[in-house]
Design a protein around this ligand. Structure first.
Ligand SMILES: *Cc1c(COP(=O)(O)O)cnc(C)c1O
Length: 406
């Protein structure tokens, strides 16, 4: 039996780097302090370690350590930024502009804002997955307090036109909130240079542990504040109460330091591997479509549709050996096509036939070669069983066939 296991689902979560794990270990037992305990060395030691991590993380994104608020992850950071700014700036306005391809943490927080009396505009994207800055401009009203656009999409790796959005926000005096979870630690991210005021990211997408994240909150020009969503001891400058996850934060800091050191070289290695994966698959297989902008995208992601093959079924041919994601999401009752791909204008069939390959620090050329082989075999096998594929090969125009429902 083939027992090889290949992990190409790094956009869902990354393995924690062993160097990160090593730095965390002492903080579970021999250094057990609470970073808020001010009256003994255990507390001081924990606080010192947290502040070192805060500096490492601030250094990675070129901000002041005082602008980093620790949270439990990007979901919490997105919620704190969106609901917290909505509450804090209620006197200025109640309108938020976002995009249909954002992560659920942003979309659901925006839905909540609407229930609380706010107004949210959800913009479409172009076929390449990018939002049009002209559309954003046209959606601005005198009630607009914030624009929420992610740095890079988790499903396609598509990078949004954030420089232009930053310039627009600056010109109009509107807050720019950015979910940069998929970009931080993988490509250079400098929120101050762009003009981002609130930025969410998380440790477990950059080779740190799960359950710890951060929100960057701009401190000067303008001084931005968000209303706490968690009431308690007033930790993190009053914006996020709760005992800090010291081992997690220490690991997050180490992950940031490693990313700063290795990111550029690693991005080059991964983009070469990714391009090789994509080119090999599209050479071996007909009717292979790459989704999302190929010019503006993350180095490690490929989202590919294999037409006339159902992605979930295809996954079954290899998922004992290879971890990937498909362009379908299981909801309670049915298999829904990815809302991100649908927003880009893909039909249900192409969305359902897509796979997301996300490479990472521990992916090798051997992993990729193995994957190419397995996927090509899987696609050929599925197509060999498919009447639709047979019709396509016979030259029947499938779009002209009238399907009837029985
Ligand atoms: C993973 C992810 C999140 C959620 O992060 P958690 O730390 O798991 O809560 C939010 N936004 C994007 C773009 C993501 O990829």
């Amino acid at each position: 039996m083939d027992t090889r296991r290949v992990y190409l689902d790094n956009n869902a979560t990354t393995p924690t780097d062993p160097r990160v794990v090593e730095t965390m270990i002492p903080f579970f037992h021999s250094m057990p302090g609470n970073a808020a305990s001010r009256n003994h060395p255990f507390g001081w030691e924990a606080e010192g370690a947290v502040e070192t991590a805060r500096e490492q993380i601030a250094d990675l994104i070129n901000v002041d350590p005082r602008e980093i608020i620790f949270t439990s992850g990007a979901t919490e950071s997105d919620n704190l930024a969106i609901k917290g700014a909505f509450e804090m700036y209620a006197r200025k306005g109640n309108h938020i502009i976002t995009v249909k391809t954002e992560h659920k943490a942003v979309l659901d927080a925006c839905n909540k804002v609407e229930k609380l009396g706010g107004q949210v505009t959800y913009l479409d994207v172009q076929a390449d997955g990018r939002v049009s800055v002209e559309d954003i401009k046209a959606a601005i009203t005198d009630k607009t307090i914030m624009i929420c656009v992610m740095w890079a999409n988790n499903e396609t790796g598509t990078i949004q036109p954030i420089e232009e959005i930053g310039a627009l926000c600056r010109e109009k005096g509107i807050l720019f909130m950015c979910d940069a979870t998929q970009a931080v630690g993988k490509i250079p991210v400098d929120p101050k240079k762009i003009g981002i005021h609130l930025m969410a990211f998380t440790s477990h997408k950059m080779y740190g542990p799960k359950g710890v994240g951060a929100l960057f909150v701009n401190r000067k020009n303008p001084r931005v504040k968000v209303t706490a969503q968690m009431d308690g001891g007033g930790h993190e400058r009053g914006m996020r109460s709760g005992t800090l996850n010291v081992p997690g934060i220490v690991g997050f800091g180490k992950a940031a330091a490693l990313a700063k050191e290795e990111m550029i070289e690693e991005a080059k290695r991964l983009s070469e591997l990714r391009d090789y994966l994509e080119a090999s698959l599209c050479e071996k297989l007909e009717e292979c479509y790459v989704n999302g902008s190929v010019e503006h995208r993350m180095p490690h992601v490929a989202n590919i549709s294999f037409k006339h093959v159902e992605g979930e079924g295809l996954m079954m041919t290899f998922n004992q050996n290879i971890a990937l994601s498909s362009g379908s999401a299981c909801t309670s009752a049915s298999l829904e096509p990815s809302y991100v791909l649908i927003a880009m204008g893909l039909g249900d069939d192409l969305a359902h036939s897509s796979l997301r390959f996300s490479l990472g620090r521990f992916s090798t050329k051997e992993d990729v070669d193995y994957t190419i082989e397995k996927i090509a075999n899987g696609v050929n096998h599925m197509r060999s069983l498919s009447p639709i594929w047979e019709m396509y090969k016979e030259g029947i125009d499938l779009d002209a066939v009238e399907w009837s429902a029985h």
